[in-house]
Design a protein around this ligand. Structure first.
Ligand SMILES: [Zn+2]
Ligand SMILES: [Zn+2]
Length: 238
């Protein structure tokens, strides 16, 4: 296994998730450049009790969005401010830099792992991609991220527990009402034969929570009692 890793490092040298340069072993950090690490902005307290977004100066306990809208998930955890990792997210998603997931998964586990353990999460579920879209892209970035997080936390990842059965439009083009309509009947529950009580849904970006709500809805209809989500970044998406 180690030899395979070494060969793969030679052919596909690991790149920094921030600057995309090949990482040098001398640099100290093995998954990100030491100089790039401070460029990432983490979501800081005070955070919204519901979605985990950083609160504005005029907000207390809940963000404006969560005050307006009742979400179907219990609580969300978000790691980065979207704007500080925008290009990284873009390459992760559209340029096949799936290797970034190792840093992202580890970072997420370091920040939220204890809380996930305390909650007693049974399994991780990535937000699914429509099958034809996943075939053309070659991977689902939420799945890649969920796998890295699952390995860090020793939690099972269930890629087929929820399936996306409708070709949906990119959310960035739509108004809030259109977003909900776009996701109507988009997800179905897959087969499962183990007892599941608490699920952590994982995605790369959280914007308004419509997707998390739609996934939480089908999980709850299938008898899952608590649904949490973890997003790598939070803010305006693509
Ligand atoms: Zn770098
Ligand atoms: Zn909120």
């Amino acid at each position: 296994m180690r030899i395979i890793n070494l060969i793969s490092d030679l052919i596909f040298p690991r790149r920094c998730p921030v600057c995309d340069e090949v990482l040098s072993k001398k640099d100290g950090k093995d998954l990100i450049c030491a100089a790039c690490f401070p460029k990432i902005r983490y979501i800081k307290s005070p955070k919204c009790y519901k979605c985990g977004k950083q609160l504005g100066d005029d907000e207390t306990e809940y963000c404006e969005d969560c005050r307006r809208k009742k979400h179907l998930f219990e609580r969300g955890f978000a790691l980065y401010d979207y704007h500080s990792v925008r290009l990284s997210m873009y390459r992760f998603k559209y340029s096949g830099r799936t290797e970034y997931a190792q840093f992202f998964g580890r970072d997420m586990a370091e920040h939220f792992g204890d809380e996930f353990k305390k909650l007693g999460i049974d399994a991780i579920v990535p937000v699914p991609m429509y099958a034809a879209k996943q075939r053309s892209r070659g991977f689902n970035q939420a799945e890649v991220l969920a796998k890295a997080l699952g390995e860090e936390l020793g939690l099972p990842v269930m890629n087929s527990l929820v399936k996306r059965v409708k070709k949906t439009l990119p959310m960035k083009m739509l108004s809030p009402a259109e977003r909900s309509a776009n996701l109507k009947n988009a997800f179905i529950i897959g087969h499962f034969d183990v007892k599941l009580r608490k699920i952590l849904v994982v995605d790369d970006i959280y914007t308004t929570g419509c997707t998390s709500d739609a996934v939480a809805e089908v999980l709850k209809a299938a008898g899952i009692s608590e649904v949490y989500f973890a997003a790598l970044s939070i803010g305006e998406g693509f």
